[in-house]
Design a protein around this ligand. Structure first.
Ligand code: ZN
Ligand code: ZN
Length: 338
C-alpha cells in the first residue's frame, strides 16, 4: 500500500476521490467570493474617486457602530485627504487595512484623532502606528484625543519596542520611538496646520468622559463629526453651516429586535438595561435628521450605524433622517467617498 494515510485516518486517495465527488462545491462562486469581489470593487471605486478629486475628500473606512467583528461594516474609522495630506479620525478594528485599500500612501499621514476610548474607536491605534511606520508613515505624525492618550501611546510603543527594533535594525530605519500626543479634554481649538483648523466639543456618552466631537475646517470644505453621543444641541451648534456632518445613527426598533435575539441566545443582559444604555449614549436616526437640519449642513452622512446589519436598507435609514432633514443624505458604507 503506497497511499499515505492522512491524520484523519482517511487515505489521500480517499480524500481526492471525495473531493472529486463534490465538484459543484469547489467550482461554484461562493457568497464569500462574491463578497470579496464586491469589496474589491468598492476599493477600486474609492481609489478612482480619490484620484479624480479636486478638493478635500472624506473616506468612511468603517461604518458600523460597536465593537462587533465579522460584519460587512467594519468598526469606526475615517480618513480625510486635503492637499496631499491625510488625517485619520478614529481607529476601530480594520483602520490600517482600509486606509491602505484607499491607495492613500502612509507617507501622507500627518495626524490621528481619537473621539473617545471605546474599543470600536481606538483598538487599532497602536497597530496603525507600527504598521504605518513600516509602510512609510512620517515620524512626525501627531495624535490628538482624550486622556490618557499619552500614556496609551507610550505604553503601546513600549509593548512593540522589540518588534520595532527588529525592523529598524534589519532595514536601517529610524525606529518609531515616540509619537507627539496632545490630549484634548474640552471645548475649543485642537490644532491648526497649513491645511486645516480643528476644534472639539465635549459630547454626552456616559460613562465615557470626555467623549469628543470634532470639526475640521479645511480651506475648501468643513467636515464635522458627532462622535458617539446622545442627541445634543451642542452638536448642531458645532456643525453650524458645515459642508458635511458625519453623525452616528441608531435605528431603535431594529436595535430592540437585535438585542432580543441576542438575549434569546444567552447574552447576559436585560432588555430594559440595554435599551436604557443605548438611549443615554446614542442618537436615534430621526434626531440625527433634526440636528442636521438645525445645523443647516449641506450633506448628512449617517455612519456608526447601530445595528450594523445588512438587512436594514439604505432607504430605511435615509427615510428616517429625511423626516426632518432636507439636504443630501449619504448612508455610509465602508470606503464610501464623500
Ligand atoms: Zn462607538
Ligand atoms: Zn462609544
Amino acid at each position: 500500500m503506497t497511499d499515505e494515510t492522512h491524520p484523519s485516518g482517511l487515505s489521500r486517495r480517499h480524500l481526492i476521490a471525495g473531493l472529486a465527488a463534490v465538484p459543484a462545491l469547489t467550482v461554484a462562486v461562493s457568497p464569500a467570493a462574491a463578497q470579496m469581489k464586491s469589496t474589491e470593487d468598492e476599493a477600486a471605486a474609492a481609489r478612482a474617486a480619490l484620484k479624480d478629486a479636486k478638493g478635500t475628500k472624506l473616506v468612511i473606512l468603517g461604518s458600523g457602530g460597536g465593537p462587533v467583528p465579522g460584519r460587512t461594516r467594519r468598526m469606526t474609522s475615517h480618513v480625510m485627504v486635503s492637499n496631499g495630506a491625510a488625517y485619520v479620525l478614529d481607529c476601530g478594528l480594520g483602520v490600517t487595512n482600509q486606509y491602505a485599500r484607499t491607495g492613500i500612501p502612509f507617507g501622507a499621514l500627518k495626524s490621528i484623532f481619537i473621539t473617545h476610548h471605546h474599543p470600536d474607536h481606538n483598538i487599532e491605534y497602536g497597530p496603525l502606528l507600527v504598521v504605518g511606520w513600516i509602510q512609510g508613515m512620517p515620524l512626525s505624525v501627531r495624535a490628538f484625543g482624550p486622556p490618557p492618550l499619552k500614556q496609551m501611546t507610550d505604553d503601546l510603543l513600549r509593548a512593540y519596542k522589540t518588534t520595532i527594533h527588529f525592523w529598524a535594525e534589519d532595514f536601517k530605519m529610524k525606529p518609531l520611538a515616540a509619537v507627539e500626543v496632545k490630549e484634548i479634554s474640552g471645548v475649543g481649538p485642537v490644532m491648526q496646520d497649513e491645511n486645516v483648523k480643528v476644534s472639539s466639543i465635549v459630547v454626552e456618552h456616559p460613562p465615557v468622559t470626555p467623549a469628543l466631537a470634532y470639526r475640521f475646517d479645511f480651506k475648501d470644505r468643513s467636515i464635522a463629526f458627532s462622535g458617539d453621543t446622545d442627541p445634543l444641541e451642542a452638536g448642531a451648534t458645532m456643525a453650524k453651516g458645515a459642508d458635511v456632518l458625519v453623525h452616528e445613527a441608531m435605528f431603535v426598533p431594529a436595535v430592540e429586535t437585535y438585542i432580543k435575539g441576542q438575549i434569546a441566545r444567552g447574552r447576559p443582559v436585560k432588555l430594559e438595561d440595554f435599551m436604557a444604555h443605548m438611549k443615554a449614549d446614542h442618537t436615534p436616526v430621526e434626531d440625527v435628521g433634526r440636528i442636521a437640519q438645525e445645523a443647516g449642513v449641506k450633506t448628512l452622512v449617517l455612519s456608526h450605524l447601530t445595528p450594523a446589519i445588512d438587512k436594514l436598507t439604505d432607504d430605511k435609514w435615509r427615510a428616517a433622517a429625511a423626516k426632518a432633514f432636507k439636504g443630501d443624505i449619504v448612508v455610509a458604507h465602508d470606503l464610501t467617498v464623500v
